[in-house]
Write a protein that binds this ligand. Structure first.
Ligand code: FPP
Length: 233
């Protein structure tokens, strides 16, 4: 493979449709989706991808039926706890982006625990977007920058794209080179709108629970054939 993206961000979509097609409950799709998460982490490590961002729960997902929200929260808690030792062994550092204030104390603690336990990982940064949306992130960043102006720490005319980037949840991470959304939907749904400026997009038909190593490698192959010009000739 010629060009390996430093940062791949994935909108994991299609768990519900996958489950329905199998005559199963939607939550079975999410459970099978965790197997794909593990497969993609392994594939990313194998191929030398440095950052892997996964959109696990959007700010809009709170509007799903309470039973599904509860099941997802339980799945996150169980998965992050169960997988922490293996992630440490693999050299994976976990970072969480999004809001924290709407989670239960238990979820907040587990998220903090996985971040602290994996802080020494230096092979792959796994960025989990939980209660994340891009507009919410931009609003929070804008408030922080406005406060700096209000407190006289920054002049309005000094605000540039670097200042904005530095106040996003993704500060000090490279922008994604490749954004993948599974299940054939072709939209970003409030995900990394600022960071996506020059990302390549890939929308495979594969449902997330079927997105394993082979599908990951196919995405790398598609990316390596793209020509990125960044607005130049
Ligand atoms: C979208 O599919 C998927 C989600 C809202 C949840 C994704 C979560 C996981 C795969 C679990 C990941 C766990 C960790 C610890 C990262 P959908 O339900 O919208 O599918 P549909 O469009 O077919 O209904």
């Amino acid at each position: 493979m010629e060009k390996i993206p430093a940062h791949i961000a994935i909108i994991m979509d299609g768990n519900g449709r996958w489950a329905k097609a199998q005559g199963k409950d939607r939550c079975d799709g999410h459970i099978e989706g965790v197997v794909s998460v593990k497969a993609c982490i392994k594939a990313a490590l194998k191929r030398g991808v440095r950052y892997l961002t996964l959109y696990a729960f959007s700010t809009e997902n709170w509007g799903r039926p309470q039973a599904e929200v509860d099941a997802l929260m339980q799945l996150f808690c169980a998965s992050v706890t169960k997988e922490t030792p293996e992630l440490v062994e693999q050299g994976v550092q976990v970072r969480i982006i999004g809001r924290r204030d709407r989670f239960s104390e238990e979820v907040r603690e587990r998220l903090l625990h996985i971040e602290e336990s994996t802080a020494g990982g230096n092979k792959l940064t796994l960025v989990l977007a939980f209660d994340y949306s891009s507009k919410d992130e931009l609003v929070r960043a804008t408030r922080k920058v406005a406060e700096m102006v209000q407190n006289g720490k920054l002049k309005a005319e000094e605000i540039d794209d670097k200042i904005i980037s530095a106040h996003l949840d993704t500060a000090d991470m490279p922008d994604p080179d490749l954004i993948i959304r599974t299940s054939g939907e072709c939209r970003l749904s409030n995900f990394m709108l600022w960071q996506a400026s020059y990302a390549e997009m890939y929308f495979p038909q594969t449902m997330w629970p079927d997105f394993r190593e082979e599908a990951f490698d196919k995405a790398l192959e598609v990316y390596s054939e793209r020509e990125r010009r960044y607005g130049l000739l």
